[in-house]
Design a protein around this ligand. Structure first.
Ligand code: ZN
Ligand code: ZN
Length: 347
């Protein structure tokens, strides 16, 4: 098959007949139709990851067609249209048994330990089927939209922990694809005021096309002041930091109301210095601060429902569709923030 191989850091090459997947007798072979580039793919491309051992095929936002099923596989038939979750939990550990499979102690992921989706085919093991992270697609849903189920599932998990509800004022710091997914999902969950803050020119421009009540150009205005003004001095119910910035995390504490909730959704680059946070503000205002990462099977199921019902229109995020051969161009488009979501087509 054709695939994009991460041979070493900063070196992604298209190859034929290398790392071809084998049909698992209790799994299946997926024919990849659409695979989106995630910000984490760009990070792995440049900096690597402890769980990615080159040469490897990365990419974990994948939709496609069941191409060949193993003899012991009964859940799927050839021709089924499906989407994958990225994380394959064990189903047996402390966190799995409590429904927080994204914290699974034995977690393995597509595009990390397992071969990813920047390829024409992937082997889907039994563990992924058992974990229910392979979902069949409704007929009307395109592969390009469907492959965005995985990032939306991470957003679903974050907003679940933040307990977003009808009538909330939600602040989102960062108008990248994840920030905009947060805006769309918060609206679908009934948030009545959505405030988004961003510093990158191109992203501010693209964010104008989305259903956002207050878009803050944080180069010109102090986002904390704007949030307080927009909330009668109270602060927001929920503040989501969807930007890899310690400063933004520190600011977020001042944007939340008393008993408000702050989610550090975006991770910071490794080796970042510890971030100074005003803990007295957390103490006196009874602010709840939490992080979130990854997604569980239930989040993937919910994400697909939001997409299929049209309540979260992920298609609006797709700015580029490229053949797999142009993966290096795609990675650049994501890195320079010219793109929101780039979809690669291996066929
Ligand atoms: Zn991703
Ligand atoms: Zn587990």
């Amino acid at each position: 098959m054709k695939s994009a191989i991460l041979e070493s850091l900063d070196n992604m090459v298209i190859r034929e007949n290398f790392l071809d997947p084998e049909l698992p007798e209790d799994g299946f072979i997926l024919k990849v139709e659409s695979v989106a580039i995630c910000g984490s793919d760009v990070r792995i491309f440049h900096r690597g990851h402890v769980n990615v051992k080159p040469p490897q095929i990365i990419g974990h936002e994948v939709a496609g067609i069941v191409y060949k099923v193993g003899e012991k596989t009964t859940e799927f038939n050839e021709g089924d249209r499906v989407v994958l979750g990225a994380d394959v939990p064990c189903g047996k550990c402390f966190y799995c048994l409590r429904g927080h499979q994204n914290n699974c102690i034995n977690l393995i992921s597509f595009g990390y330990q397992l071969q990813g989706g920047f390829a024409q085919f992937m082997a889907i093991p039994r563990a992924a089927i058992n974990a229910k992270i392979v979902q069949k697609l409704p007929e009307h849903l395109s592969f390009d939209e469907a492959c965005l189920t995985e990032p939306l599932a991470c957003v679903v998990n974050g907003q679940d922990l933040s307990k977003i509800q009808a009538g909330d004022t939600v602040v989102i710091i960062g108008a990248g694809p994840i920030g905009l997914m947060h805006a769309m999902l918060a609206r679908a969950k009934g948030a009545t005021k959505i405030i988004v803050s961003e510093i990158a020119e191109k992203r501010l421009e693209m964010a104008k096309k989305f259903d956002i009540d207050v878009l803050i150009d944080a180069r010109e205005k102090d986002p904390i002041e704007v949030v307080l003004k927009e909330t009668d001095g109270l602060g927001a119910d929920v503040v989501i930091v969807a930007a890899p910035s310690g400063d933004a995390q520190a600011q977020a504490i001042f944007m939340a109301r008393n008993l408000g909730i702050v989610d550090f959704f975006g991770g910071l680059p490794p080796n970042t210095k510890d971030v100074p946070i005003n803990t007295n503000r957390i103490h006196y205002k009874e602010v709840f601060v939490h992080g979130s990462h990854g997604s569980s099977p239930k989040d993937n199921a919910l994400a697909l429902k939001f997409i299929a019902s049209g309540q979260v229109q992920v298609g609006k995020l797709i700015t580029h569709i490229l053949p797999l051969d142009e993966i290096n161009k795609g990675l650049k488009l994501v890195e320079t923030r010219e793109a929101l979501k780039v979809i690669l087509k291996p066929w």
